[in-house]
Design a protein around this ligand. Sequence first.
Ligand SMILES: NC(=O)C1=CN([C@@H]2O[C@H](COP(=O)(O)OP(=O)(O)OC[C@H]3O[C@@H](n4cnc5c(N)ncnc54)[C@H](O)[C@@H]3O)[C@@H](O)[C@H]2O)[C@@H](O)CC1
Ligand SMILES: Nc1ncnc2c1ncn2[C@@H]1O[C@H](COP(=O)(O)OP(=O)(O)O)[C@@H](O)[C@H]1O
Ligand SMILES: [K+]
Length: 513
Amino acid sequence: MIRAHRVEDVRAAEAAAMAALPEGELMARASEGLAEVAAARLAERDGRTVVALVGPGNNGGDTLYAAGLLSEAGFACVAVLVTPAGRASVHAEALAAAEEAGVAVVVPADDPAAAAALVGEGDLVLDGIVGIGGRPGLHDEAARMVDAIDDDAWVLAVDLASGLDPCGESGDDEAVWADETVTFGTPKPAHLLPAGEGATGRLTVVDIGLDLDDVPAAVERLTYDDVALLWPVPGPADDKYSRGVLGVVAGGESYTGAAILSVTAAAESGAGMIRYVGTPTPTGLVRAAVPEAVHGEGRVQAWLIGPGLDVSAEGEAARAQLDVARTALASDEPVVLDAGGLDLLDPGALPRTAPTLLTPHAGELARLLSRLDAPSGARDATTGETPSVTRADVEGDPLGHARRLAARTGATVLLKGSTTLVVDPDLAAPVRSQADAPAWLATAGAGDVLSGVVGTLLASGLKPLDAGSLGALVHGVTADRVSAGGPLRALAVAHGIRPTVRDLLARGRSAPE
Ligand SMILES: NC(=O)C1=CN([C@@H]2O[C@H](COP(=O)(O)OP(=O)(O)OC[C@H]3O[C@@H](n4cnc5c(N)ncnc54)[C@H](O)[C@@H]3O)[C@@H](O)[C@H]2O)[C@@H](O)CC1
Ligand SMILES: Nc1ncnc2c1ncn2[C@@H]1O[C@H](COP(=O)(O)OP(=O)(O)O)[C@@H](O)[C@H]1O
Ligand SMILES: [K+]
């Protein structure tokens, strides 16, 4: 698992490490690690010239020391001091060391055009303007130098792309857009959250000896090796019931395909048993496509409610299906609520007592929050009234809105997107953030497949945070394999889950202790 820590926890760990080390040792470790990565990238790209953009704090200090090491290694290095008071406001010892090592020093205020021209010559640019002490945004002079970076240069952000909010709460509108970030000790939240990861680029962590093992993370990302740790693997004493029965209320006469996709994905994920509840057309299709599923109500360990479900459908069969969904929601069984099922959430019946996982995309989350916010609880985007929350609002601040929905409902919220966030209703718990899928997965029916995977995991007894994030990881990795760089269809992703889980489990078995 990749764990990103809060800035205050990083600072405390740095202070503890510094107290036990000779002065300057931590910064030396950071700058040596940074210079090593920079030298490797220069060698890969046959680069010779290094431009270091240097700000006023320790981030600039790291960068100056690294520039000195690169100069000693034979690269042509220029330090551009993007600080209001030029030389006077940069890390003095680091500046002296850099100059001693042969780094040329330029103050843009003296001649902005000449400084910009020099910046444009860098094969590799070290962004050392600000790190974890930075506020979002760049001042004008820094922005001018960043604009002068050549399109072909490799931009290496030091600790954090300058201009980002280190906490990853606010956007990246004015940040440096790095090809790679070399961070120290541990990732920071901005590296893993939608508000920062685009500007972060490839993430490389340099170990500087911080001890954060027992410090709770702010953001977590599951990796391949977590599959073997978390995936429910049956033992000799298991039977189909003990492994977890998943009830699926999905599909209707309008959207028949969603039922097949979610039930297929559940079967491919290894559900002990699937009980499907549908209307006649999807029922016939599920019988043909997934003969393993049984039909009708019965005891389950979790319900998946909603893919392709039309809550306004009329007719006896649709009403009977919706009755099952409402009874399941009112029960004390775990529930995954997806797509149309989200419309069944009754604000008066929240929070549910049992584990509950909501799996909206941005538009569904906006619609649900708008409905829950409305005084009557009845307003809906489809009525023509202006919703209080729009899709654009959610896309502008996905984490904030996922947290808001989790707080409002007491449920775990999985917000789908190119980065999928899973937020626990205990807002102090780490946020899970998964970004494993190719953009080819943005295709109709992909969400139905995800719901079948997470439903199976919830039925097997995983808590919603694990079920959601593990499901998103496996869904994304499967999509990547199925796509192999080209188009994919949702049904192919569903069929790819079984071999993907098998291979990820085998990887866990062969991993060294
Ligand atoms: N604390 C430590 O022991 C270590 C810190 N390290 C480095 O130190 C960095 C943190 O250093 P600092 O706490 O000095 O903070 P930074 O160097 O990140 O920046 C703080 C300075 O930048 C100014 N500033 C903030 N936002 C700005 C903006 N948007 N535009 C322009 N100026 C802005 C502040 O007024 C302050 O002077 C880390 O990111 C890391 O690179 C590493 O050397 C490892 C050890
Ligand atoms: N740009 C993207 N890159 C990677 N994955 C994406 C991207 N856009 C969407 N996804 C993923 O594709 C799936 C789409 O789900 P959803 O919007 O519910 O589709 P549908 O309702 O048609 O099934 C989600 O798992 C989401 O995380
Ligand atoms: K930086």
